[in-house]
Design a protein around this ligand. Structure first.
Ligand code: FE2
Length: 428
């Protein structure tokens, strides 16, 4: 007797008519035409059941602050950082928590059940750290929230950041962050990468640095990060976020860099929605896209993921906690249009970021946590194309969010009265 059973599910790997039996918050059985009684049953009706979406790169201390204290009119990364600097002294503990909780409600409704958020530690009060640690406790029943100690204004450039970062880690922040391209010199940036990786090694923590988020083809902190990962034996525990300079690097140089990244076991994150609007701002025409070389990194076997980065904050006015929107943008920017590449784009918002977060028990296999999403789509490609409705979001074997199927009522002579966009496909 299962607590919950899903029938007639299609899985991301293409298996169809699958039954998923759930007991005590874990997947107890997974097979075609699964027999057995259950306390509750859900007929997936052939639609896609996926592990939950994972956002491996977000800034929850800034989310939903759009317009505070002013709008970013230029759209530049550096104006966003200036606005955030103006807002920081005005932040209150309660307001940061309220905004983050509102965001997490939306995330849960979108099947986004694991998030790595950077939290700015360049603040003597460490207000964001305290607030997001509280949010992490509150949302723990439904969202795995991982915090990164992020020195937004520079580990060496901001006075006191070295101490503040250590204090944040002492308070329970999970991951070591950094921003080498924002340090005063390339040498300082490289030194920060070395110091931050050493902290990760000493404390046994994961490392995730904002790295080379610039159009400068000579910004090459990823090379240092790769070197330090190898030197300190941190393979599988270090991530380079953004890496937008890679777009502009010399092709020969990249042909050396990517195999070294693969060899070191370093992971890479692209944030396509924000970097397609923030990068290339100093170009006239042609304008560079400013996203890292995502498909090429995948070809080298580098663990890759798409992150959302921002939603309604000083850097980005849009977004809706929808990782399918992020996958859709990433697919377009990176021209990942083959069938395999589109499936890789889906993996880049599910299994890829789950690996980067080192999530325990993630996936659709017997023994995994019973966390999953029923989508109004036939397969991962359709899910991305339609930015599919999350019909049901399941956490630890319980339905925690439901959304009515997207349908349209038609009043057309001789045509069906109801249109389900997920059932409109290629026809002979
Ligand atoms: Fe970021």
């Amino acid at each position: 007797m299962f607590d919950l059973k899903l029938t007639n599910a299609t899985l991301p790997d293409g298996r169809t008519n699958m039954g998923i039996g759930i007991t005590n918050g874990r997947i107890a059985a997974l097979e075609p035409n699964l027999a057995g009684e259950a306390g509750q049953s859900i007929d997936a009706a052939g639609q896609l059941v996926s592990p939950p979406f994972v956002d491996c790169h977000f800034h929850m201390d800034a989310t939903l602050s759009l317009g505070l204290p002013r709008i970013n009119e230029s759209g530049l990364l550096l104006e966003g950082i200036r606005i955030w600097g103006e807002l920081k002294p005005l932040l209150t503990h309660d307001a940061v928590i309220a905004r983050a909780m509102a965001y997490c409600d939306l995330a849960a409704s979108q099947g986004l059940l694991a998030i790595r958020t950077h939290v700015d530690i360049c603040d003597e009060r460490l207000l964001g750290v305290e607030a997001l640690l509280e949010v992490k406790r509150r949302v723990a029943p439904y969202i795995d929230l991982q915090l990164v100690a992020f020195p937004q204004d520079g580990y060496y450039r901001y006075p006191g950041a070295v101490d503040l970062l250590n204090r944040a880690l002492d308070m329970g922040v999970d991951v070591v962050g950094g921003i080498p391209h924002f340090e005063r010199t390339m040498a300082d940036g490289a030194a920060s990468v070395r110091a931050l990786c050493e902290i990760g090694a000493e404390r046994g923590l994961l490392v995730d640095l904002h790295c080379d988020e610039t159009d400068d083809p000579l910004s090459r902190h990823i090379e240092t990060l790769t070197y330090e990962t190898q030197r300190l034996g941190l393979g599988g525990r270090v991530t380079g976020s953004h890496l937008t300079s890679m777009h502009s690097m010399d092709n020969y140089y990249v042909s050396k860099l990517l195999p070294m990244m693969a060899e070191a076991g370093i992971a890479a994150i692209a944030n396509p929605n924000i970097n397609i609007v923030i990068q290339g701002r100093h170009d006239t025409y042609p304008k560079r896209r400013g996203m890292n070389r995502f498909p090429e990194m995948l070809q080298y076997g580098i663990t890759c993921a798409f992150g959302q980065d921002c939603m309604m904050d000083p850097w980005y006015s849009l977004g809706q906690a929808d990782m399918l929107d992020v996958a859709n943008m990433g697919l377009h920017v990176a021209q990942m249009t083959s069938r395999d590449a589109m499936r890789q784009a889906f993996a880049a918002v599910t299994s890829g970021p789950a690996a980067i977060l080192n999530l325990d028990g993630y996936g659709l296999d017997v023994g995994c946590k019973a966390d999953m999403v029923l989508l109004q789509a036939a397969d991962p490609i359709e899910a991305i194309r339609l930015k599919a409705t999350r019909l049901k979001v399941i956490k630890a074997g319980k339905v925690i969010a439901e959304t009515a199927p997207r349908t349209a009522q038609l009043s057309l002579p001789g045509r069906p009265a109801v249109l389900d966009p997920s059932r409109v496909g290629p026809q002979a």
